[in-house]
Design a protein around this ligand. Structure first.
Ligand code: URA
Length: 256
């Protein structure tokens, strides 16, 4: 490994650096070179893109694609792959059942999550817990909760596309380790990260997508529901669909 690459991996919290033994990860193990679309020049005046994934990014993705849970925890907590690391108190990997029926994916930690190191523990989290309870689920009981980005975006702004792209290998590895029966994207950033395309929640909810062979639903983010009470009725329909899919019912007919 050349010294520059080693320094970059150390900087990203990906040391010790493992040397490849045996075959390289297959295309299915590692992230394909994702096109990283970025917003405007960031606050530090660094022009972040647009750019294709570099060799270093592909190396990093391949390393993450082989991590176990402990390596993921260490990799996430030491990650410096994007600007969100600069103002976090701690990175937030996720919480819950490691053999979940359903994986919920939110946007990113807020202030309370940044403080406590657990996703969805603030107001939106209370609503999410109530939503789970309404269909007989609970955090940690058949449920795992993760976020699209693991570090709090300043002032709770929406994560930028390059930040989501930098964090995506961690989510991808979580999904590969968890292999839930169903995934639910909470809000637009999560849906877009998982579907790798523009998404409008109003149009996408109620439809069944797939991520790597796992059924994927899209619904409103609980924080949005706190501000838009009329959409709670639609969210309830989405919860009923989650319940039907988990029960193995045909969503089209409501029957087995
Ligand atoms: N909103 C999110 O998307 N995730 C959290 O963990 C908290 C609030």
């Amino acid at each position: 490994m050349n010294p520059r690459r080693g320094a970059i991996l150390r900087e990203m919290g990906l040391t010790p650096v493992w040397r490849r033994r045996g075959p390289a990860p297959s295309a299915g193990d590692a992230d394909p070179p994702r096109r990283i679309e970025t917003g405007p020049t960031d606050a530090r005046g660094v022009d972040a893109g647009p750019a294709m994934a570099t060799g270093e990014e592909m190396d990093r993705a391949a390393l993450i694609a082989r991590m176990d849970w402990q390596q993921l925890r260490d990799g996430v907590s030491g990650c410096r792959a994007c600007r969100l690391c600069e103002r976090r108190k701690q990175a937030v990997l996720g919480v819950g059942d490691l053999e979940p029926q359903v994986l919920f994916v939110g946007e990113g930690p807020g202030a309370e999550e940044d403080e406590r190191g657990e996703p969805f523990v603030g107001q939106a989290g209370k609503l999410l817990d109530a939503m789970l309870g309404s269909i007989g689920l609970a955090r940690g009981k058949g449920v795992y909760i993760a976020n699209t980005v693991k570090c709090r975006p300043p002032e709770n702004r929406t994560p930028q596309a390059d930040e989501m792209a930098a964090c995506f290998p961690f989510l991808r590895r979580q999904i590969a380790l968890l292999r839930p029966k169903l995934m639910v994207a909470l809000g637009r950033p999560a849906a877009q990260a998982l579907l790798d395309t523009e998404v409008k929640i109003g149009a996408a909810r109620g439809r069944e997508f797939a991520y790597d062979g796992i059924p994927l639903l899209v619904t409103y983010h609980p924080a949005y529901l706190l501000r838009n009470l009329p959409d709670k009725a639609r969210a309830w329909e989405d919860l009923c669909l989650i319940r039907r899919l988990l029960a193995g019912d045909d969503p089209a007919t409501g029957a087995d």
